[in-house]
Design a protein around this ligand. Structure first.
Ligand SMILES: *[C@@H]1O[C@H](CO)[C@@H](O)[C@H](O)[C@H]1NC(C)=O
Ligand SMILES: *[C@@H]1O[C@H](CO)[C@@H](O)[C@H](O)[C@H]1NC(C)=O
Length: 422
């Protein structure tokens, strides 16, 4: 309830309406004027509400400020509004983690899958705005992750080191280990599509000065199969950045490089007959969603313009829905992250300054901040340290992390707890 109230205050409660500059919102820098959105990669479509979903950081007067937001915009264009902020970002320190891409929007469960940059490997998973956590399900290093969610049948198809199927939509990392079904062992891919029992995989092959994309066809019922059980269905002479299969067509989004001819969105009937290949638009494509029922594609160009194109007929009607480059309309007043109240000066926690901008960080019951950037933010260093959250050093326990059921040794000013048998 408190969270809902806080959100309400954050986005509607200021009552100061339109703005151009932070100072117009009353109490800068605790109040900010959120104007143009700096867009990150990725687009989603909420079929139920007809809204396009994407993410980014709003500009204040002096550039990007505040949290990254998942935002929505009517599919016909119009104003952008925040659905929720991503409050799991740790902008600095060794435990940094910040969201940089929207992988998918799940319409039925209202869940955003995002990627967050981290020191070891980017985490990919669902973000929970209530608990303010990103649940890392996959950590992508050394392989291409391809994800296809089938919410209706509660299935997830995944390109990882193998092509796998899960008969659920993962919510926590443990779900990944509940009976994954290996479909094509040793096969990697970047995108997947499913029509009935047919599985389509898009896999890129990089040569020295060329790249091509092969579409393989298989069956979702193949268990423990190998690449030899796949049919090479079609070869597309460039890299693709987006892929969709409807019951009648393939849609490819291209952005590049070796053959600029292939920048754009293309469609080919699902028979794979390349002679019927058709160009829809010629923009460089970063991400795309297809509303096959309504015969529209929605896409994000390389330079962060969102557009729609009708699929029907010979001449697609292209409409620009949002551009990062068009002059800014007015923004709206909001509180700096975590602050509430009519003047945005209420902080139920501790104030942290980041590049001259304040954030209000909640404190946990043990007195530590909910998130941290550096060790000194944690209670009782050097028994504690910060890795995104405050932690006890290895084997230390207790509220103050200074209990050791063994012997403590000091080295360079840091304690270590040696427990016999561990
Ligand atoms: C946000 O502000 C920065 C710095 O003033 C500017 O370079 C950038 O283009 C702005 N972004 C948008 C989307 O207008
Ligand atoms: C799948 O193949 C692996 C390796 O060949 C084998 O160990 C495993 O038992 C097989 N699983 C099934 C369900 O056939």
């Amino acid at each position: 309830m408190i969270a809902i109230l806080a959100l309400f205050q954050l986005f509607q409660g200021l009552g100061k309406g339109d703005c151009q500059e932070n100072w117009q919102c009353g109490n800068a820098p605790f109040s900010i004027c959120q104007s143009k959105l700096n867009v990150y990669r990725g687009i989603g479509f909420d079929e139920e509400s007809g809204q396009l979903i994407f993410m980014g950081k709003f500009n204040g007067s002096n550039g990007p400020v505040g949290a990254t937001h998942i935002v929505q915009m009517p599919k016909t264009g119009g104003s952008i509004s925040s659905k929720f902020p991503i409050l799991s970002d740790i902008e600095q320190g060794s435990g940094y983690s910040f969201a940089y891409m929207l992988n998918a929007w799940l319409t039925k469960s209202n869940v955003a899958w995002i990627s967050a940059a981290q020191r070891m490997a980017p985490a990919v998973g669902p973000y929970n705005p209530t608990t303010k956590t990103l649940e890392g399900i996959w950590y992508t290093r050394g392989f291409n992750l391809g994800l296809l969610f089938d919410e209706i049948n509660s299935r997830t198809f995944v390109c990882e080191f193998d092509v796998n199927r899960y008969n659920l939509i993962p919510k926590v990392i443990e779900d990944r280990f509940i009976a994954p079904i290996t479909m094509y062992r040793g096969q990697q891919c970047r995108f997947l599509g499913v029509v009935g029992n047919d599985l389509y995989l898009a896999s890129m092959q990089y040569g020295e000065e060329s790249v091509s994309t092969t579409i393989f066809k298989g069956s979702i019922n193949c268990v423990n199969c190998t690449a030899a059980n796949l049919v090479s269905f079609m070869v597309f002479p460039d890299e693709i950045s987006a892929f969709h299969v409807s019951s009648t067509h393939f849609y490819f989004g291209g952005r590049r490089v070796y053959s600029p001819t292939y920048s754009g969105i293309w469609t080919v009937p699902i028979s794979g007959d390349l002679s019927q290949l058709r160009f829809l638009v010629s923009d460089k494509i970063q991400s795309m969603v297809v509303d096959a029922a309504q015969q529209y594609v929605y896409y994000q160009t390389d330079d962060n313009v969102f557009k729609s194109a009708s699929i029907q007929g010979n001449h697609p009607i292209v409409t620009t829905l949002y551009s990062e480059h068009s002059p800014s309309a007015s923004g709206s007043c909001a509180c700096a992250p975590g602050f509430t109240g009519a003047t945005c000066s209420t902080c139920d926690g501790r104030v942290r300054w980041v590049d001259g901008n304040p954030q209000c960080v909640k404190l946990l019951a043990n007195g530590n901040p909910e998130t941290c950037f550096y060790d000194w933010e944690c209670n009782n260093p050097p028994y504690t340290y910060c890795s995104g959250q405050c932690q006890c050093r290895n084997n230390f326990v207790g509220d103050r992390c200074d209990q050791c059921f063994g012997t403590i040794e000091w080295s360079y000013g840091y304690p270590s707890c040696n427990v016999p048998g561990i």
